[in-house]
Write a protein that binds this ligand. Structure first.
Ligand code: 6GU
Length: 240
């Protein structure tokens, strides 16, 4: 098995250096589960000064990423044509919000291309002409798509069979699709006057399971009523 190939197109490949050398990601790469490549698409700049952006038509602040260098970079990695098993994603604040369900779909791909935005954004003809899916990691703005690409890479990696030491950890990801998790406690039994809930020390597995389910439901209700509504919709005749 060749592993899942992910090409990340970025103007700042250095941002990913530490990321790929640590922990679960490094192990997955060493074991051939993941084939990560980082492409500095400034190599396809329009001139020898490395220009990849220009002023927006219609005026306004900031710079817009020109289509030429991105098209050339995507063609150079052989990903310009749509095909079965290939997913192409651009990371921008204008995208559809990333969800666990979306990650589950991505984890079934053979190859993924991630395009990281910077500045005011991409010329719209990049999305239209290359057929990128536009994805955002939330309703806030960060400096560029690099951190968002890391979110996608980690989220997908966790879902690859064999990536995590403990298979239960991956199961918890899908549990996430069912709501928030219950709180956790470990030693010591009393820390700075704060005691571990009695039930967790009782050894009664039935009671523990019930307590955890109640806590999870209460948290989901208090913090994520939106998630609860979504779950109800799914249960009452949704497609998932
Ligand atoms: Cl993908 N990029 C930027 N710049 N900001 C974001 C984002 C992406 N997702 C949420 N905010």
């Amino acid at each position: 098995m060749a592993g899942l190939r992910i090409d990340t197109l970025t103007l700042f490949p250095g941002i990913f250096q530490g990321f790929v050398q640590e922990s679960i990601l490094k192990r997955a790469i060493d074991r051939g589960l993941l084939d990560l490549r980082f492409v500095d698409w400034r190599e396809h700049a329009v001139n020898r000064h490395g220009s990849v952006d220009d002023a927006p038509y219609g005026g306004g602040p900031g710079m817009v990423l020109r289509p030429g260098p991105v098209f050339d970079a995507v063609e150079a990695i052989g990903a310009a044509e749509p095909r079965e098993g290939l997913r192409r994603i651009m990371l921008t604040p204008q995208g559809a919000p990333l969800t666990q369900a979306f990650l589950c779909g991505l984890a079934r791909a053979e190859r993924i291309v991630l395009l990281c935005g910077r500045y005011e954004g991409f010329d719209e003809r990049i999305r239209i002409g290359l057929g990128f899916e536009e994805v955002s990691i939330g309703d806030y703005v960060i400096n560029g798509g690099e951190v968002a690409a890391m979110v996608v890479i980690e989220g997908v990696l966790r879902l690859l069979p064999g990536a995590l030491g403990d298979p239960r950890a991956a199961a918890e990801d899908s549990f996430m699709c069912g709501g928030l998790e219950h709180p956790h406690y470990t030693r010591p039994p009393v820390f700075r006057g704060m005691a571990v809930p009695e039930v967790l020390l009782s050894g009664d597995h039935g009671k523990v399971a019930q307590w955890r389910a109640e806590q999870a439901a209460a948290r989901t209700r208090d913090r994520r009523s939106d998630l609860l509504a979504q779950l109800r919709e799914t249960r009452d005749g949704g497609t998932q």
